[in-house]
Design a protein around this ligand. Sequence first.
Ligand code: DX5
Ligand code: ZN
Length: 234
Amino acid sequence: MATLPTRPIRIAPSLLSADFANLGGAIREAEAAGVQGFHLDVMDGHFVPNISFGPALVAAVRRRTRLPLDIHLMVERPERFLEPFRRAGGTRFTFHVEATSEPVELARSIRALGGEAGAALRPETPIARVGPWIREVDALLVMTVNPGFSGQKFLPEGLAKIREARAVSDRAGGRVDIGVDGGITPETGRDAARAGGTFFVCGNAAFEGGEIAANLARLRQAIRQGVEERHALP
Ligand code: DX5
Ligand code: ZN
């Protein structure tokens, strides 16, 4: 018989895919549908070929919700932005390991500000990069698309990386969240959960067609199924 999952399933919609002219409504609807937080994609036009938003928007979101806000810093020199985003109400600060030569120092300054530290990896960056200092962070974010845009297709080679990230985290005591970001649908979300993901970012799949509650219910059910399948593995 399948053991019940020991960790709660956590889903965080990426507001990049929401209607920016009606963010308050999108937040309210997602929150009513039972999400565990929001994911905010910050892009600087250098680290990724797109520009999104800064601390002012995060502060506006913070005024509408008390849920954790995961700030995904797709920017060069992320250390410049920690304080402004912390002041704006960010909870977790997920920097890219490719954007810094001092990941440990960065993670420690995030924690010193009272935030949770996350380390994101582009699809081509191996998990081995974070192995030596995994205990310095609260979360890994495995990117399953090339960062920069929502609405892309899930890269299936990401599944092996999720499995590896989960194994590394489990060996380090299992307290590190394994986030998955990019191309999550009910199908890929289920696969990612079976591979060991614990935190699921979803953009288009949450907001498409404006059917936020129905979309999130489908995603949650599929992800829960993946978690159960993982627990049933021999
Ligand atoms: C991509 C972003 C993702 C993206 C997710 O650069 O980091 O968070 O917005 O959107 P979907 O789920 O549509 O791929
Ligand atoms: Zn993201």
